[in-house]
Design a protein around this ligand. Structure first.
Ligand SMILES: [Zn+2]
Length: 461
């Protein structure tokens, strides 16, 4: 098997991936805050880490992939106030929609999808530990992490202290010892969701949930922590601070997670796609016009760490790429793939092992399709299928994808089948004039016929 190399944000180097335990690789990626429909920028994270999890499963015997759902957050509370529905019904509705949308993009459910509200006791225990060790303090019902107590703070993002304060848009509050300190716990008013705690009824700050849930489900340290590049600061920086300080590893930022992988932004006209920019494209809207595989492959068309510009042209080109790949697969429908073909020398695997180089992997898959379509060899077909499997595409029936034999509202399939039979009969009787006549009749109906080894097939033009 090729060696896996990943760009580690923590060391700022592309490194050979060496699992802590080669018999069990552990991966965590920060999931969505669920109060709205996911846009395609949100989906990039899900697709990238689904790809990475799948690749790890090819390379290692056991992988645990954890990706959380944030179901307690001030934005959720604000959404609840606005629409009048309780927070729980908003979060369960949008978590379901998120999972359905991601499944349409070929994203497999993570092994564990923990929800923040189901881990409050773990968060409280972690906060207590931080208070005991002098890294956190209480003030007016709030508990804050004291940033100056962790001199290594800022090592992931490389931000200076001034940048940290400016970047976190910190509010000055009387209960804060230092402007960079961040909230671990805050009080809830009676109309806000809250849990009893040693500091009164309240709710967790956002960052503590990932520290608590990663530790509970993966143990520390674990192998890979992922998320969008916008989470690097402050969210991931704060996760590291909480977990390293609670465990007493003040000088080793990798004692929480060894490798940090960040996916780049999806942009529209080079501007980051974000709700606040008002330029989002929602996954569930895009699925009305495009198959999930097209969206998935479009999301993988740029290497994950690079920005990806989302355009209509990208979608059309991607659809054409998939059409070509399915066409090759269709031409190989009579060939049984060689069962003994392994992944070992698959060029798609090789490209993915090079820091998930998806543009190279997609090009390699195109080449595999070309080779297989020409050679018609079971070995080449197996390599094509294995490569597609790694990318999570070509999972549908080629005939259906290409529109062969498909019924639609304005097509009378029974009538077409009947005409095709008459045409076959005419040809058997060598009545070619009649056969041509029927073909013309079908063409006029907007139906194309293709003669194959298994007999004629038709599709709507
Ligand atoms: Zn997180």
């Amino acid at each position: 098997m090729p060696l896996l190399k990943l760009q580690n944000s923590l060391t700022r180097r592309k490194e050979e991936f060496k699992p802590i335990d080669p018999t069990h690789v552990r991966l965590y990626a920060c999931g969505p805050t669920v109060y709205n429909f996911a846009h395609i920028g949100n989906a990039r994270m899900a697709v990238v880490f689904d790809l990475l999890a799948g690749l790890l499963r090819t390379l290692y015997p056991k992988v645990t992939y954890v990706s959380n759902i944030t179901d307690i957050d001030d934005k959720i509370i604000a959404a609840s106030k606005e629409c009048g529905d309780p927070c729980e019904s908003i979060t369960s509705k949008y978590a379901d929609i998120y999972n359905r949308d991601m499944a349409s993009l070929g994203v497999k459910a993570p092994d564990i999808q923990p929800r923040a509200t189901q881990h409050i006791p773990q968060m409280i225990a972690l906060i207590q530990k931080l208070i005991e060790k002098g890294h956190a303090y209480e003030g007016q019902g709030h508990v804050l992490f004291n940033v100056p107590s962790f001199p290594a703070y800022g090592g992931l993002s490389g931000r200076s202290r001034d940048d940290q304060i400016a970047g976190a848009r910190v509010e000055v509050a009387p209960y804060k010892k230092d402007p960079a300190d961040f909230v671990l716990w805050k009080p809830s008013t009676p109309d806000q969701p809250g849990w009893d705690s040693p500091w009164g009824r309240g709710r967790p700050g956002w960052h503590i949930e990932c520290s608590a849930m990663a530790e509970k489900h993966l143990g520390l340290p674990f192998d890979i922590h992922g998320g969008g590049a916008d989470l690097k600061f402050p969210h991931h920086e704060n996760e590291i601070a909480q977990s390293c300080c609670a465990e007493g590893y003040l000088n080793d930022l990798s004692s929480f997670a060894k490798v940090w992988v960040h996916n780049g932004f999806v942009t529209m006209n080079t501007q980051k796609m974000a709700k606040s920019e008002g330029n989002t494209r929602l996954v569930h809207d895009l699925l009305q016009d495009y198959d999930g595989e097209t969206l998935r492959l479009a999301l993988l068309s740029a290497q994950y760490s690079q920005p990806l510009d989302w355009t209509e042209n990208l979608l059309q080109q991607t659809k054409k790429t998939l059409d070509r790949l399915y066409q090759a697969l269709r031409e190989l429908s009579d060939i049984a793939p060689d069962k003994n073909e392994d992944f070992e020398n698959n060029p798609v695997l090789e490209a993915l092992c090079d820091d998930l180089n998806t543009p190279k992997a997609i090009a390699a898959l195109g080449q595999l399709a070309k080779t297989a379509a020409q050679s018609k060899s079971p070995k080449d077909k197996a390599a094509l299928i294995a490569g597609a499997q790694l990318l999570g595409i070509l999972q549908k029936n080629a005939d259906e994808w290409l529109g062969y034999g498909q019924e639609s509202a304005d097509v009378d399939a029974a009538k077409i089948e009947n005409l095709l039979q008459q045409r076959q009969d005419a040809r058997k009787e060598k009545n070619f004039a009649r056969a041509d006549e029927i073909r013309k009749e079908l063409t006029d109906m907007g139906i194309a016929i293709e003669d194959t080894a298994q007999g004629p097939v038709w599709k709507k033009i």
